[in-house]
Write a protein that binds this ligand. Structure first.
Ligand code: ADE
Length: 231
């Protein structure tokens, strides 16, 4: 690894990261800000993409192609589906899918278009490093499937569709698009989320209430993973 990308979707998701690092250099590009730091000798670029799959794809591609990042970590919040996931809990994605990608009219499965695949797997080595860090620090984390779509899910019907169709454990709005970009460009990547809500009718309220604290749970763990990667 020569340069690490750390991404979030919202400012609140990267703010706890930025406050951890010193001497941040800001580069403006593609209607966004990229925060460059050197952390104990490791070059890191941090950015938040804005919400949704399109902005997340743009930012991931930019960090790889323009800033030459060769490993990518994503930190942020998600809606919980797996009932074992409570607000604040952490989930590492082992694979991701796009729950709103739908050409089922032509006989294809949900989440599939020709040339693509329903599930994109994250890098196993990064997952193993993260699990080692969790063990050593008594951090409890589950590994599972994350479903991504351009919708803030706040209904039991939609949540159940995503659960039943993809067997997903959590849902959010960026992970799978970052996965598609990194997979295509051969960049090892890792997607971490902390639960902010459970994607039901209270989701909007819970999200506003727990965005900051859950984003910090995710960011604090990411920093520990970075420390391990940099050993
Ligand atoms: N991120 C956090 N909570 C979410 C939800 N309910 N739907 C989509 N993305 C989310």
């Amino acid at each position: 690894m020569t340069k690490l990308a750390i991404m979030g979707a919202m400012e609140e998701e990267i703010e706890p990261l930025l406050s951890h690092f010193e001497n941040v250099n800001i580069v403006e590009y593609a209607n966004n800000k990229f925060y460059e730091v050197n952390y104990n000798g490791l070059d890191i670029v941090i950015a938040y993409s804005k919400i949704g799959k399109v902005f997340a794809s743009l930012t991931a591609s930019t960090m790889i192609e323009k800033f030459s990042c060769d490993t990518l970590l994503f930190s942020g919040v998600a809606g919980g589906i797996n009932p074992e996931l409570k607000i604040g809990d952490l989930i590492i994605a082992d694979k991701l899918c796009q729950h709103d990608l739908d050409i089922t009219a032509f006989g294809h499965p949900n989440g599939y278009v020709p040339g693509g695949k329903v599930f994109v797997e994250t890098n196993e080595n990064l997952r193993n490093i993260a699990k080692k860090v969790a063990n050593e620090n008594n951090i409890s984390v589950i590994e599972g499937t994350i479903a991504t779509g351009d919708q803030f899910v706040h209904s039991v019907e939609r949540k159940e569709f995503i659960q039943n169709t993809f067997n997903a454990d959590a849902l959010e709005m960026e992970g799978a698009s970052v996965a598609v970009v990194c997979d295509a460009l051969n960049i090892p990547f890792f997607i971490l989320r902390a639960i902010s809500d459970t994607a039901d009718m209270d989701a909007g309220f819970d999200f506003d209430e727990f965005l900051k604290s859950s984003a910090k749970n995710s960011a604090d763990y990411i920093v520990k993973i970075v420390d391990q990667l940099n050993k």
